[in-house]
Design a protein around this ligand. Structure first.
Ligand code: IMP
Length: 427
């Protein structure tokens, strides 16, 4: 049964867009199952660079049906401007399907995201400020607005009223902001209804029927394993489940349908926002990784924090996702270092620890234990087969594979669509 999950094995930004896009030509459906426009995929097609935030990267592959699943939170204004931006560049977006059960990021959710972050001060999460957390909070509090609500004005009004009831008290009394008018929100949301209507569908039914017909379905996670609300570095996480189980709940397919789970793994580590990061570098090596790797957020434009590869995290990702394969990205960025440190374990309060500690306190105290691997100087961006990589680059990949617990089935050696070494086919 060809249902694949593709997700970030670290803190996001591992280069998922490139991997999804590589498979996009041979898959029938590409599905996003969680997150919203906090994600950022960069896909390079020919000399064109596309930055996608909410849309599944399959939108760039003709023949592929892109799906926004029920687990996603949708900001309609962002979605419509992303669609028109693509249309202006000649990309056909008419096949897109959006779950009627997906929740809508309303303007007040964005406001609440920003004011609460400001209120947290030093303790802030460093969110993308796109309203993601507050929208999921409304979903769990059962005061969320769903895409289907746009098509019943009376219900929509009642739901917006319910959602703003407490929020307006909070905004005015606690945060000293103006109250948000129900009518204004309802009017704005209704303005999106007709524009979104052609895309709204029962995506659960569509996807399950597709799987019954043996179509290839690719579930594309946003963010990454360590940003997962349950399995990540809580509370410095996003508010959804990028890990593999999230594909089931966020798209409405049973776990028995998933045949392969591919973890995207950067050859080093990056993170945006606050929170612990044991291999983070504050020296010229970190600066060099940022510069050479172009490590600046696609969504927020923030510089990413950079550090060496962390095998403890990779092993953890294998475990919590049941990974069957890795796609190793950005190996080319490491070209030119004489020796490359790789974190093989942590030292926590004088103890050597091989696996990710479940205690937040321990993780905050974790210091990386490094093993040095020899580097290479040759340009590897044109290499097409594993055996043509410099010997030390081969050894680096093999070492990572051994430490991480799943086979590395593809390697990214440059940003372009074709700059990939395929070792095992994903399909
Ligand atoms: P939120 O998802 O905007 O609520 O932000 C929560 C945390 O997740 C922050 O540390 C963000 O920087 C991080 N985050 C959210 N989306 C991404 C992403 O696509 N890549 C990397 N980090 C992300």
């Amino acid at each position: 049964m060809p249902a694949l999950v593709l997700l970030g094995a670290q803190w996001g930004d591992e280069g998922k867009g490139k991997a999804t896009d590589l498979l996009g030509g041979s898959v029938d459906y590409v599905v996003r199952y969680q997150g919203g426009n906090n994600a950022g995929h960069t896909v390079v097609v020919g000399d064109q660079k596309y930055a996608l935030h909410l849309l599944p990267s399959g939108i760039l592959s003709p023949g592929c049906t892109p799906v926004i699943g029920n687990g996603v939170v949708v900001d309609p204004s962002v979605l419509l401007s992303e669609l028109s931006g693509l249309n202006e560049r000649g990309v056909d977006t008419s096949k897109l399907l959006i779950s009627g059960n997906a929740h809508i990021i309303t303007p007040y959710n964005v406001t609440v995201d920003k004011v609460t972050e400001r209120f947290l001060g030093k303790r802030k999460i460093g969110t993308t400020g796109r309203g993601i957390g507050p929208t999921y909070a409304d979903k769990i509090n059962r005061v969320g607005i769903r895409v289907q609500d746009l098509y019943d004005e009376s219900i929509l009004t009642q739901k917006v009223e319910a959602a703003l009831d407490v929020k307006n008290q909070m905004l005015t009394k606690l945060y000293n902001r103006r109250a948000i008018a129900v009518e204004q929100v309802v009017e704005e949301l209704l303005g999106y209804a007709d524009k979104l209507a052609p895309y709204v569908a029962d995506t659960v039914l569509v996807l399950n029927e597709a799987l019954e017909q043996d179509k290839v379905v690719l579930f594309e996670g946003g963010q990454g394993t360590l940003l997962d609300i349950d399995h990540g570095t809580y509370p410095f996480v996003t508010s959804s489940n990028p890990t593999a189980g999230g594909a089931c709940t966020g798209a409405g397919v049973g776990p028995t349908k998933i045949s392969r789970v591919i973890g995207i793994l950067k050859a080093y580590t990056t993170r945006v926002g606050a929170g612990p990061f044991p291999t983070e570098l504050f020296d010229e090596d970190g600066e060099a990784l940022r510069r050479i790797g172009g490590e600046r957020g696609v969504t927020t434009g923030r510089d990413r924090r950079c550090g060496w590869f962390d095998a403890v995290i990779a092993r953890y990702a294998t475990r919590v996702n049941g990974l069957t394969d890795f796609f190793l990205t950005k190996l080319d960025v490491l070209t030119g270092w004489e020796q490359i440190p790789v974190c093989v374990a942590y030292e926590i309060d004088g103890r050597r620890v091989e696996e990710l500690p479940y205690s937040q306190t321990d993780f905050h105290h974790a210091k990386p234990v490094y093993e040095m691997l020899p580097g290479w100087n040759e340009d590897i961006s044109k290499v097409k087969s594993f055996s043509d990589l410099p010997k030390n680059a081969q050894a680096y990949v093999k070492a990572l594979e051994e430490m991480s617990g799943a086979p590395i089935s593809a390697i990214g050696v440059g940003p372009g669509r074709t700059e990939t070494i395929e070792i095992n086919s994903f399909l």
